[in-house]
Design a protein. Sequence first.
Length: 134
Amino acid sequence: MKRVVSHPTGTRKQTDMAKTLDREYYTVPEAADILGVSTSTIWRWIKAGRLPAYRIGARNIRIKKVDLNTVIRPADEASMEEEREDIWAGYDPEKVKEALKHTAGSWADLDTDSLIAELYEARARGSRPGARPE
Protein backbone atom coordinates (compact mmCIF):
# COMPACT_ATOMS: atom_id res chain seq x y z
CA MET A 1 0.00 0.00 0.00
CA LYS A 2 1.43 3.38 -1.00
CA ARG A 3 0.78 6.67 0.72
CA VAL A 4 1.90 10.24 0.16
CA VAL A 5 4.05 11.91 2.83
CA SER A 6 4.65 15.67 2.96
CA HIS A 7 8.15 16.82 3.80
CA PRO A 8 9.31 20.15 5.30
CA THR A 9 10.81 21.12 1.94
CA GLY A 10 7.35 21.09 0.42
CA THR A 11 8.03 18.04 -1.72
CA ARG A 12 5.88 14.98 -1.57
CA LYS A 13 7.01 11.43 -2.01
CA GLN A 14 5.32 8.09 -1.97
CA THR A 15 6.39 5.63 0.67
CA ASP A 16 5.51 2.04 1.23
CA MET A 17 3.19 1.71 4.25
CA ALA A 18 4.83 -1.57 5.29
CA LYS A 19 8.20 0.19 5.36
CA THR A 20 6.73 2.97 7.49
CA LEU A 21 5.29 0.50 10.01
CA ASP A 22 8.71 -1.08 10.56
CA ARG A 23 10.23 2.10 12.01
CA GLU A 24 10.62 2.81 15.73
CA TYR A 25 9.59 6.50 15.59
CA TYR A 26 6.83 8.28 13.67
CA THR A 27 6.00 11.87 12.83
CA VAL A 28 2.70 13.28 14.04
CA PRO A 29 1.03 12.88 10.60
CA GLU A 30 2.31 9.30 10.31
CA ALA A 31 1.02 8.44 13.80
CA ALA A 32 -2.35 9.97 12.93
CA ASP A 33 -2.48 7.94 9.73
CA ILE A 34 -1.59 4.70 11.52
CA LEU A 35 -4.23 5.24 14.23
CA GLY A 36 -6.83 6.60 11.81
CA VAL A 37 -7.28 9.91 13.64
CA SER A 38 -6.53 13.52 12.78
CA THR A 39 -3.23 15.23 13.52
CA SER A 40 -5.20 17.55 15.85
CA THR A 41 -6.18 14.53 17.92
CA ILE A 42 -2.55 13.39 18.13
CA TRP A 43 -1.46 16.88 19.28
CA ARG A 44 -4.29 16.96 21.85
CA TRP A 45 -3.22 13.56 23.23
CA ILE A 46 0.39 14.77 23.43
CA LYS A 47 -0.62 17.97 25.23
CA ALA A 48 -2.81 16.01 27.67
CA GLY A 49 0.05 13.62 28.43
CA ARG A 50 -1.90 10.67 27.05
CA LEU A 51 0.63 10.08 24.26
CA PRO A 52 4.35 10.55 24.96
CA ALA A 53 6.28 12.46 22.29
CA TYR A 54 9.97 13.19 21.86
CA ARG A 55 11.66 16.26 20.46
CA ILE A 56 14.41 15.67 17.91
CA GLY A 57 16.27 18.90 17.38
CA ALA A 58 14.48 22.21 17.74
CA ARG A 59 11.45 21.59 15.56
CA ASN A 60 10.84 17.88 15.06
CA ILE A 61 8.53 15.76 17.20
CA ARG A 62 8.51 11.99 17.02
CA ILE A 63 6.35 9.32 18.66
CA LYS A 64 7.66 5.88 19.57
CA LYS A 65 5.97 2.91 17.99
CA VAL A 66 5.39 1.29 21.39
CA ASP A 67 3.75 4.48 22.70
CA LEU A 68 1.10 4.32 19.97
CA ASN A 69 -0.25 1.23 21.72
CA THR A 70 -0.90 3.23 24.90
CA VAL A 71 -3.83 5.05 23.29
CA ILE A 72 -5.40 1.84 22.01
CA ARG A 73 -7.63 0.09 24.53
CA PRO A 74 -10.60 -2.29 24.43
CA ALA A 75 -13.98 -0.72 23.87
CA ASP A 76 -16.00 -3.46 25.56
CA GLU A 77 -17.99 -2.49 28.64
CA ALA A 78 -16.24 -4.95 30.96
CA SER A 79 -12.87 -3.29 30.37
CA MET A 80 -14.32 0.18 30.82
CA GLU A 81 -16.00 -0.82 34.08
CA GLU A 82 -12.62 -1.77 35.54
CA GLU A 83 -11.19 1.65 34.64
CA ARG A 84 -13.99 3.61 36.30
CA GLU A 85 -13.46 4.95 39.79
CA ASP A 86 -15.38 3.18 42.53
CA ILE A 87 -17.65 5.90 43.93
CA TRP A 88 -18.54 3.73 46.91
CA ALA A 89 -14.95 3.26 48.07
CA GLY A 90 -14.74 4.26 51.72
CA TYR A 91 -18.52 4.48 52.10
CA ASP A 92 -19.62 3.85 55.68
CA PRO A 93 -23.40 3.67 56.14
CA GLU A 94 -23.08 4.16 59.90
CA LYS A 95 -21.29 7.49 59.41
CA VAL A 96 -24.03 8.59 57.01
CA LYS A 97 -26.74 7.69 59.53
CA GLU A 98 -24.89 9.62 62.25
CA ALA A 99 -24.53 12.69 60.02
CA LEU A 100 -28.24 12.58 59.19
CA LYS A 101 -29.11 12.46 62.91
CA HIS A 102 -27.06 15.63 63.51
CA THR A 103 -28.74 17.53 60.67
CA ALA A 104 -32.29 16.29 61.29
CA GLY A 105 -34.68 19.18 61.74
CA SER A 106 -32.21 21.84 60.59
CA TRP A 107 -34.44 22.56 57.59
CA ALA A 108 -37.73 22.30 59.49
CA ASP A 109 -38.31 26.06 59.71
CA LEU A 110 -37.53 26.64 56.03
CA ASP A 111 -40.27 28.21 53.90
CA THR A 112 -39.94 26.01 50.84
CA ASP A 113 -42.44 28.00 48.76
CA SER A 114 -40.46 31.23 49.06
CA LEU A 115 -37.17 29.37 48.48
CA ILE A 116 -38.53 27.91 45.24
CA ALA A 117 -39.89 31.32 44.19
CA GLU A 118 -36.46 32.91 44.81
CA LEU A 119 -34.76 30.20 42.79
CA TYR A 120 -37.10 30.77 39.84
CA GLU A 121 -36.55 34.54 40.03
CA ALA A 122 -32.78 34.13 40.09
CA ARG A 123 -32.97 31.77 37.14
CA ALA A 124 -35.13 34.22 35.19
CA ARG A 125 -32.57 37.00 35.87
CA GLY A 126 -29.82 34.69 34.59
CA SER A 127 -28.05 34.68 37.92
CA ARG A 128 -24.93 32.56 37.88
CA PRO A 129 -22.39 32.12 40.71
CA GLY A 130 -19.82 34.33 38.99
CA ALA A 131 -22.39 37.11 38.31
CA ARG A 132 -23.80 37.35 41.85
CA PRO A 133 -22.89 40.27 44.11
CA GLU A 134 -20.68 39.36 47.06
